[in-house]
Design a protein around this ligand. Structure first.
Ligand code: ADP
Ligand code: ZN
Length: 289
């Protein structure tokens, strides 16, 4: 069985064909410009390939409420040409197959839940720390949508007293994304994140913010594991620092098997940066009739 996968990102669309085991058979990247320029190339990739369904994991905010007249739309994105674009409707019309739809981060979590670090779990949180910061949540075996979908990148965090940075979020300044995304690291320290790898103070501060978000989600969502992905998390030195600060914030409050084994509780994404596109394959499989 063949499934179509579309990981719709703010800078590029990744399109792929996959099988029911999440194996990627063909993959291509198309720049995200405007719906009129970008989407015909996306649909052309899938045409005539006999896909049974399409899974779309999309940058947001998006409308996931099946009762809503704008279900399947990208909604209030700052990327103006994409605002109020009916990506699901357009895909159905062009390809004539069932379309599964979720956030980009829920897509990555779905990939990890099906074939990676969250396999066998019912409750997990996935953070991506890259150009932006986002979080996906699985609760009782299902991706959390609720009112719309979690927006964990906009958690409001305490500011470390020695950090004068004003934050980059246009709405909140110093929220999680505003303080910890890749561009925030670059703006604060004046160099590309990857070129700061030998500056311990950079990763100490970064880990302090990430650990706050982990702690806040531990005590609200009670996940069985945290998976951290995205470009910034390629700095493996962050993991021990995040675990150290999570223990500090916990301050002895919790006593579960998980908190005594944080090496297995706070882990890197495990699918070699294919978690997003593999999640789309899984999403398609779940929506195929
Ligand atoms: P996107 O979020 O746009 O999908 P990424 O997840 O690759 O893409 O995130 C890009 C961000 O991650 C950039 O801000 C970049 O500086 C940062 N980044 C990429 N690779 C690394 C690395 N090896 N170490 C630290 N930061 C990185
Ligand atoms: Zn914000």
């Amino acid at each position: 069985m063949l499934y179509g996968a579309l990981e719709a990102g703010g800078t590029k669309m990744v399109v792929a064909l996959g099988d029911e085991n999440g194996k990627i058979l063909e993959q291509k990247s198309i720049p995200t410009v405007t719906p009129a320029e970008t989407m015909p190339a996306v649909f052309d990739f899938f045409r005539g390939k006999g896909i049974k369904a399409l899974g779309i994991a999309c940058f947001g905010p998006i409308d996931l409420n099946r009762q809503s007249s704008t279900y399947g739309f990208i909604t209030t994105t700052p990327k103006i040409p994409w605002r109020n674009y009916d990506i699901v409707g357009d895909a159905r019309k062009n390809l004539g197959v069932p379309v599964g739809f979720d956030t980009d981060v829920n897509g990555s979590l779905l990939g990890e839940a099906a074939w990676g670090a969250a396999k066998g779990l019912t409750d997990a949180v996935y953070f991506t720390i890259g150009t932006g910061v986002g979080g996906g949540v699985m609760t009782n075996g299902k991706m959390l949508h609720g009112m719309m979908h979690p927006e964990l990148g906009h958690l409001l965090l305490r500011i470390r007293p020695d950090d004068p940075f004003a934050g980059l979020c246009p709405n909140h300044g110093t929220c999680f994304e505003g303080m910890a995304c890749g561009p925030a690291i670059e703006a604060r320290w004046g160099a590309k994140a990857v070129d700061l790898k030998d500056r311990p103070e950079v990763w100490d501060l970064e880990a302090w913010y990430i650990a706050q978000a982990v702690w806040d989600c531990m005590v609200t969502l009670s996940p069985q594991r945290f998976i951290l992905g995205g470009g910034v998390m390629h700095q493996a030195q962050l993991f021990p620092l995040i675990r150290k600060y999570v223990l500090e914030f916990m301050n002895g409050y919790l006593d579960t098997a998980e908190v005594h084994d944080l090496d297995h509780y706070i882990v890197p994404a495990s699918l070699h940066d294919d978690q997003g596109i593999m999640g789309c394959i899984r999403l398609a499989r779940d929506f195929a009739d």
